[in-house]
Design a protein around this ligand. Structure first.
Ligand code: ATP
Ligand code: NMN
Ligand code: ZN
Length: 263
């Protein structure tokens, strides 16, 4: 029997607000990795960046985390993680990966990671005493299992930002693609294969970089959503209804003074 490598996908970003494409990225990456026959994606994490990241029009992490949590209500295997937003200063992505890898290496955190609806299961522990686990995905929760591999999930634009002078340290890029690995979803305006070809570090680690071609192209971006909201245009079917309701309720992205319904 061939064994597959267990993988957890980590997406870092502003999620300002979270769009349907942020959610789609996880599905696309999972399908792609499963098709290789080598990987078993057991969980996904969305980690909103902290407020001091300082991006233009960045809404507070309180609101962004609340919106990600609402967007993920129907997601079975992806969850929000607020650790990044709770730090005292902005964390480089490599350090965010290190944190989550440490969490994964601690087996007792595994049950909390797997989001599937818990159904209490009985099994015998090493001392042959019956214990109840809170984990449905037995394979993911077995204590004596191979380590779980964390991979960074991103779009083509984030990959290409590796070339922005002073933005990413070479050692961090080396560690991200070398130790962890990258799953990159193609995005209009980026050419990840060419970008890898032009980078010595990325070419060296190209076996650890998975490029996923999004054939059902969807050029939604948070910038376009914020623009539409400002203009009182509908964003229905581009963003989860629960997120639209939240935006309206809190008057985010210039919706505060609008009278009519955005839904
Ligand atoms: N349409 C898309 N296709 C592929 N990747 C995407 C898409 N939208 C977002 N991503 C990826 O999601 C992650 C988080 O991105 P981010 O929060 O910046 O979203 P965004 O839509 O690019 O927002 P903004 O317009 O504010 O930059 C990044 O890795 C980004 O590349
Ligand atoms: N040096 C680094 O680790 C580095 C540099 C720039 C952006 N990032 C991260 O990439 C993500 C980019 O998000 P945006 O595309 O929304 O700007 C954020 O999570 C941010 O923290 C990391
Ligand atoms: Zn972006």
């Amino acid at each position: 029997m061939t064994t597959t490598q267990k993988v957890v996908l980590l997406a870092c970003g502003s999620f300002n607000p979270p769009t349907n494409m942020h959610l789609r990225m996880f599905e696309l990456a999972k399908d792609h990795l499963h098709r290789t026959g080598k990987y078993n994606v057991i969980a996904g994490i969305m980690s909103p960046v902290m407020d001091s990241y300082g991006k233009k029009e960045l809404e507070s992490s309180k609101h962004r985390c609340a919106m990600v949590s609402l967007a993920l209500k129907s997601a079975k295997w992806v969850r929000l993680d607020t650790w990044e937003t709770e730090q005292t200063s902005w964390m480089r992505t490599r350090l965010v990966l290190d944190h989550h890898q440490q969490m994964l290496d601690n087996q007792s955190n595994m049950a909390a990671l797997v989001k599937e609806a818990p159904s209490k299961k009985r099994r015998k522990d090493k001392q042959n005493e019956e214990v109840i686990t809170n984990c449905d995905n037995k394979e993911a929760c077995e204590p004596e299992q191979a380590p779980v591999q964390l991979k960074l999930l991103c779009g083509g634009d984030l990959l290409e930002s590796f070339a922005v002078p002073g933005l990413w340290a070479d050692e961090d890029i080396e560690e991200i693609v070398g130790k962890y690995g990258l799953v990159c979803i193609t995005r209009n305006g980026s050419d990840p294969r060419k970008f890898i070809y032009e980078s010595d570090i990325l070419t060296r680690h190209q076996d650890n970089i998975h490029i996923v071609t999004e054939w059902i192209t969807n050029e939604v971006s948070s910038t376009k959503i914020r623009r539409a909201l400002r203009r009182n245009e509908s964003v229905k079917y581009l963003v989860q209804d629960t997120v639209i309701e939240y935006i309206k309720e809190h008057g985010l992205y210039g919706t505060g003074d609008k009278k009519q319904s955005l839904l």
